[in-house]
Design a protein around this ligand. Structure first.
Ligand SMILES: Nc1ncnc2c1ncn2[C@@H]1O[C@H](COP(=O)(O)OP(=O)(O)OP(=O)(O)O)[C@@H](O)[C@H]1O
Length: 615
């Protein structure tokens, strides 16, 4: 359960992801940083101008000066001075708005670019993971990484730098301005900042822990819901709606509890800061008032003007916001960090399918296949032991055996869904480990035991594995699989929508479409895993007739419980508990009078019993 525990060895996951995805956008980032830096600096000037308006224009107790400059160009009349200040404020407002818009645009685009790329990359990487990964991870957890985690990363990767830059610029800018305005009062008024930082730190540390727990719980809820939706027919059949509702409610409550911990921390965080803020504001107002009325207290010497006090009070409010924002940024940071760990766990997962170093390219197989002393097990559970047999090019091989004897596993090993633990599998004298995985799979057609169709039309499903297939290729394959006639009976023919996972078709129809799909690309090797188990005897006989033509041109492995399907095979392999116990033609095996002969007599008996009683 790697994703649910979120293991990744990367020390700074966000930085790592940022460096992976930001390179090609360095100019955007530079522009974004510049605008995020300049916008808040310009934005903090109005209170400074307010001070001039109060002290130099309204109270007229200071000579008119702006930014330390006393120019003969400045107007002397009060109204003109106010017009000048009003004009400057308007320009600041416009420039500030343009810069904020530019910063918002750049970071918004950048964050969407990053989100899009991380999502596509993560999906691409997930696709490269081998089947064992999908068997050990819940689909819901993988979906959570692709949806929630990628979205949460977007918040930070895209906006974080802009916010960090503008927040830092505001804090530094305001602090510098306060010292320029009145360094003695600035020393006193900044006293409350360390208290705010300490409170922020306390909450952030606790949020970090809770965020990781929330991420994991979201995955659990998604898995449960996804699992239930895909098994809805079973839930309904067994009338388990109430129990399943309770189970969903239980995992959802688990998420609720964890989320509540985060919300509880957040809602206590903001009021705590507000209390500190109000205390700081009140103290400054009282102290500043006394300073103005009675002159500088204690060791201080500079008198304080009314305008300066007003500017300080406004700046104090301006300062608290970026400090709170810093807290929120750190909160977001830890949320995104937990997501980054999960995304990287998927990106860097070692269970990736990979070609060997000197893997060869293949565009055709003759179809000579050898299993050479091959053994395989799922984790600790040995499923196939010392399998030895050879299929000559063009052979039709029947594989029979009791349930769980390893028949499907044998076919999956040929596709390299898993690697043998011992021995090897060779196709045309090449160990399949040394053939490029995609080349191997492209030349092998398979009909899985569990037929899966994708939402879309019948035609789209048929052409799924062969982009270059013509309409004629598709129809030819459909005829071979005895599917063409029933497809044409639908009003929309090949344009018929199959529904979610093929739900609008019968089991037998789905199977015939899957069979046709495997034939469209004209594979050199064909693997049929119970490919006709859901069709009636008559349809099976018709498919059998068509397949006789099909199998002549390629090596075919057919797993079948219905033994009539493989009766004419060149070779029948009988598996029992993962070992080959018998091998030969139908007649050889009947003559041996072993397991196969026993199965055959049951099969015949079944068929006879299934015959309608003659009146
Ligand atoms: N992904 C898996 N992980 C762990 N064990 C598995 C997995 N797939 C199959 N097995 C186990 O391997 C054994 C062989 O399974 P396999 O599907 O190959 O049997 P089979 O002969 O095709 O059975 P059936 O006729 O019922 O389809 C079974 O005991 C099964 O439980």
């Amino acid at each position: 359960m790697l994703l649910s525990s979120g293991i990744s060895n990367v020390k700074r996951p966000l930085l790592e992801l940022f460096s992976r995805y930001s390179r090609e956008h360095k100019w955007w980032i530079l522009f974004g940083v510049l605008t995020s830096l300049v916008a808040p600096i310009i934005g903090i000037l109005p209170p400074y101008i307010l001070q001039t308006a109060i002290d130099s224009v309204l109270l007229d107790n200071r000579p008119f000066a702006l930014f330390g400059l006393r120019s003969g160009l400045f107007p002397v009349g009060q109204a003109d001075q106010l017009y000048l200040l009003g004009g400057i404020l308007a320009i600041i407002g416009i420039v500030s708005a343009i810069l904020s818009w530019s910063a918002g645009w750049v970071w918004g685009r950048f964050s969407q670019e990053v989100q899009h790329k991380v999502r596509v990359d993560t999906y691409t990487k997930a696709q490269k993971l081998g089947m064992p990964f999908y068997e050990s991870e819940q689909t819901g957890q993988i979906m959570t990484v692709l949806n929630n985690d990628v979205r949460s990363l977007n918040n930070v990767l895209g906006k974080f730098i802009g916010q960090v830059v503008s927040t830092s610029a505001t804090i530094v800018g305001v602090t510098v301005l306060l010292f320029i305005l009145h360094w003695e009062f600035a020393l006193i008024s900044l006293f409350f900042v360390p208290a705010i930082v300490l409170v922020t730190r306390y909450f952030i540390r606790r949020l970090k822990v809770e965020h990781a727990a929330v991420k994991q719980r979201i995955g659990v809820v998604n898995s449960k819901i996804e699992n239930n939706l895909s098994g809805m027919h079973v839930i309904k059949s067994y009338t388990r709606e109430t129990q399943e509702r309770d189970r969903v409610a239980s995992v959802s409550r688990g998420l609720y509890d964890k989320f509540w911990n985060v919300i509880d921390l957040r809602i206590r965080f903001q009021p705590s800061l507000n209390v500190l803020n109000t205390a700081g504001f009140t103290l400054m107002l009282v102290l500043g008032g006394i300073w103005i009325v009675e002159g500088p207290p204690l060791l201080f010497s500079e008198p304080l003007s009314e305008g300066t006090l007003v500017a300080f009070l406004v700046y104090q409010q301006r300062l608290i916001q970026p400090i709170i924002q810093t807290g929120q940024l750190i909160d977001q940071y830890y949320g995104a960090r937990a997501s980054a760990v999960r995304v990287l766990s998927l990106h860097d997962h070692e269970a990736r399918e990979h070609n060997s170093e000197n893997a060869i390219t293949v565009d055709h197989f003759d179809g000579h296949i050898e299993f050479d002393d091959m053994s395989f097990g799922y984790r600790d559970n040995t499923v196939l032991t010392d399998v030895n047999f050879t299929a000559n090019a063009g052979d039709f091989i029947g594989i029979v055996g009791s349930t769980g004897s390893g028949k499907s596993t044998l076919l999956k090993l040929l596709l390299r869904f898993y690697e043998p633990d011992k021995g090897e599998i060779r196709v045309d004298d090449h160990n399949i480990k040394d053939i490029k995985i995609n080349d191997l799979r492209k030349r092998i057609g398979i009909v899985h035991q569990d037929t899966h169709l994708f939402s879309g039309t019948i035609g789209e499903n048929l052409g799924y594995g062969a982009a270059e297939a013509t309409e004629e290729d598709i129809k030819r394959a459909a005829r071979l699989a005895n599917a063409h006639d029933f497809i044409m009976e639908f009003p929309d023919g090949y344009e018929t929508n199959v529904g979610e996972g093929g739900a609008k078709l019968s089991g037998g129809q789905r199977q015939r479409i899957a069979l046709a799909r495997s034939l469209v690309s004209d594979p050199d090797i064909l693997l049929l895993d119970e490919a006709t188990s859901h069709v009636d005897n008559e349809t099976e006989r018709q498919i059998q007739d068509s397949l006789e033509t099909v199998v002549q041109d390629r090596t075919t492995f057919a797993v079948a419980h219905r033994l009539s399907t493989i009766r004419n095979a060149d070779q029948i392999v009988v598996l029992d508990d993962g070992e080959i116990i018998e091998q030969g033609t139908h007649q050889d095996l009947i003559n041996q009078n072993g397991k196969y002969a026993q199965l055959w007599s049951i099969h015949i008996g079944d068929n006879q019993r299934a015959e309608p009683v003659q009146q």
